[in-house]
Design a protein around this ligand. Structure first.
Ligand SMILES: [Zn+2]
Length: 212
């Protein structure tokens, strides 16, 4: 097990929590629920957690940052500052309880366009992709041609832009940006449900026809 990624769908909305790993180190993305499953994967594979990253500030994605931070108090939590206003919100009344999620995740550091991270042999780049939320970002790992895209793009679909802070104009620009920067062979870990790749979506996703 040198390097790669593991997607673990968690919680009632099947958020694609992702563990990226290389040389015994790991990053976790969007620990929305079931932090025990994520911890179990780290332990079974002797991975040392180095960072917790959020694609955006929706509770189904950040719901289990708190228990992870309690287990790994020295590991920094990263998010774009523009989504701070969402961290106390449930989106809908009773949503946190329904999801078994914790509000107000502790954020240690803010992400911005062009940030670069290293994990073992891997490099990772951060791109701002607003639209679903103002602070939405995607994470790109060039060596794996891997894009962790949150709720920007789905297999056959695109992110919602009708929630607080959402913007159709921004979402369109962000989708254009992603398809113009990354190769068509890029694997996309979407925020929920099936993974896909950019080439497949360019060809088959009806929402992209009027955008790209
Ligand atoms: Zn979302």
């Amino acid at each position: 097990m040198t390097e790669g990624f593991k997607v673990i769908p968690v919680g009632k909305l099947a958020v694609n929590s992702t563990i990226l790993y290389s040389q015994g180190e790991a990053f976790i993305f969007d620990p929305g629920a079931d932090s025990d499953k994520l911890i179990q994967f780290l332990e079974e594979n002797n991975l040392s957690l180095k960072g917790i990253f959020l694609t955006h500030g929706h509770i189904d994605h950040f719901g289990h940052v708190k228990p992870l931070k309690e287990k790994f108090p020295d590991v920094p939590v990263y998010m774009n500052e523009k989504d701070n206003f969402l961290l106390k919100e449930e989106l809908w009344p009773g949503f946190a309880q329904y999801l078994g999620a914790y509000l107000n995740p502790p954020i240690d550091s803010y992400l911005k366009e062009g940030d670069k991270f290293s994990l073992g042999n891997l490099k990772m780049e951060v791109y701002e992709t607003p639209g679903h939320t103002p602070g939405s970002v995607v994470f790109y790992v060039p060596q794996l041609r891997l894009l962790i895209a949150g709720d920007l793009l789905f297999k056959g679909g695109i992110g919602r832009y009708d929630l607080p802070g959402g913007s159709w104009e921004d979402l369109k620009q962000s989708l254009k940006k992603v398809f113009s920067i990354f190769p068509e062979t890029t694997t996309v870990i979407t925020g929920h449900y099936d993974l896909t790749n950019l080439g497949y979506e360019k060809k088959n996703n009806p929402y992209l026809r009027e955008i790209l």
